[in-house]
Write a protein that binds this ligand. Sequence first.
Ligand SMILES: Nc1ncnc2c1ncn2[C@@H]1O[C@H](COP(=O)(O)OP(=O)(O)OP(=O)(O)O)[C@@H](O)[C@H]1O
Length: 700
Amino acid sequence: MSEATLGVIDRAEKEIMKLSRTDIGAVYEFMHKFRNNPDQPGLDLKTLHGDTRLMAARIKRDLRALLLHLGQREYLLVGVDRRSTVYEDLSRYAYQINRVTGGIEVIDTQPVGDSIIGRVLPAAPVPLFAGFTDVQLVELGVAEPLLPEIRGLTDEDGLMTLLDRAPQLTVDVLFALFDGKTYELVLEEITTPVRSAEPVDVDDFEAAVRRPASQVATDDEALKFMLAESFQAWQIFLHPTQRRLVERRYSGPARVGGGPGTGKTIVALHRVTYLAQQLPPGPGKPILLTTFNRNLAADLRIRLRALGGEDVLARVEVVNIDRLAAQVLSEGDERAPKRKIDDGQVPQLWRRFLTAEVGDCPWDPDFLAAEWDQVILGQALVSRAAYFKARRPFRGRNLTRPERDQVWDLAERFSRWLTAQDLITWRQVAVRAAALAVHRYQHVVVDEAQDLSAAHWRMLRAMVPAGTDDMFLTGDTHQRIYDNRVTLGSLGINIRGRSSRLTLSYRTTRQILAAALEIMSGEVYDDLDGGQEDLAGYRSLLRGAQPAFRGAATWAAERDLITEQIAAWGTPSDGSAAICVPTRELAADVMAHLEAAGLSPVEIGPDGPKQTGGVHVGTMHRFKGLEYQQMIIAGVADGLVPRRMIDRYRSGDPKRYEKERQRDRSLLFVAATRARDELAVLWHGTPSPFLTERLTQATG
Ligand SMILES: Nc1ncnc2c1ncn2[C@@H]1O[C@H](COP(=O)(O)OP(=O)(O)OP(=O)(O)O)[C@@H](O)[C@H]1O
């Protein structure tokens, strides 16, 4: 008698899929318990604020369910949220039976996150849908509770924000109208096909839930499917803005920018799948999907398989850019040196070379190392004449022509010295590969484009014939953490007029974004093409706790703050929490400390986390492209962030100093924006200068 039926509406499915596996499991259990007896005390089922249908129930400690009571013992799960406060005030949720489709719609009527940067809108803008009456919009199927908000829309950004919360038919209709379609055409193409065959009684929820338009799953299959990780939200629900970018035909190279978590990687993966599906059947891999890091390339391969299946993967080469360059070099020049060395070792090698081969040298080894690495290789200069003409925008001191002549001679000797030992740096590999590369792809898609060097771009340009849909790049220059700055136009990659930006973060709460943006304040960033880019309009619809900023006197005391914080989060051990530190030494120390505290730390190596469970620990560089529900960034102290070693450039080479400092700031920004729900930033001694007083004093 006490049993109940509980369906899940698609809106709730989307929210469930964003949860961790553990939480999805909790939802699954909740549903079973609820069906057995919705009135059992542990579920804490209650109607709030006098509404008779909308109810909240407890899934677990910090997870709530939003339910619609349809009648008798029949309920519908319409939302879940990790943050316990969200469903305390239900007045923002509206529900209705759509007059056109007869389906149930649940709508969050209040935008939580308008632009957090406070953009100024042009004066007295024209409302977007001024040409249509309310009656017309409702006839087309637009959700009535959204009408007041729709009337206030004046730009595409606002529309996108609203559409993210709107029922599917509202999205389709508004989009079509926004695209310039007439009322009649939208009625015919979009509304009529989904119109209910029977008359709709807008008060009969029990009938409504049975209509296909309600998109309700009544069994556990959907949830089981999610638990098995067979699919995830991003594989299915592209935001209309994202979809447009994916399915567009571009007359040449295109670039998608946008702040962290806006779905650039998702867009890149969908783009590859889309391109692969347009190919005529055949053998070979005419599409390249590449990125900077090895672990990200591995991750892209896994996700591409999940999205497009083996058929798509069979047509796509997924490889990190340096590995590709190494392949090109070994295929094109059998005699090329085989032993690859990290670019970080270049200054040391120059020192050894100067001592062994040159002796008394008027040049500073660090200066030569940087000149070779950043100017000669950085700009992929392959002749003395090109070096004479080169601009050296980030170098501290000017060089005369005779000086450049000397530097070039030394660079050639250095390169021969390396070759004699069968050594080659990764930057050299890229420069040589660029000269050897020939056409081998029809389409090239690059994720994390901000980190590729000039030589990488030359190589890619040579690998794909210029033309329609040739290159598709995603990236965010605010997240550049390697030493590469380029102007794509000068490398034969013209993105002018084909550049777009995503602004809605799907990952990070508004509170975390605001802190991350504060870390970036006052810096100027480029757009990969000689212009500037900012994060205006970057926003999130997610809300959460304020990030914590806490200092300790010593590193030992800070380590205790780390374990305290992990405990405060309920000691998650399913890989949903991570600790990020600036140096390898600190990472090793944190690992040891967690181990001693009985937690199971898992190191994030060059190929990503070594296991999926545990608490992940790694240096900031390793966090690129990852995401966690809870993140601690520790060691954000003066002298560590930015690195103390860059101080030596402060007076001697101020431009370099600024560049290195910006890089370290980006690194902290990347780390902070990996956090989905909760972030704690810790330090010992004096806090990092990147943490403004407002931040350190907020909770410190
Ligand atoms: N349309 C979508 N629906 C649901 N989730 C999405 C959507 N687009 C992106 N996401 C989710 O948002 C998160 C961030 O996406 P993604 O990693 O592609 O962002 P990004 O812009 O590449 O981030 P970053 O620059 O920080 O690496 C992921 O968890 C992704 O699954």
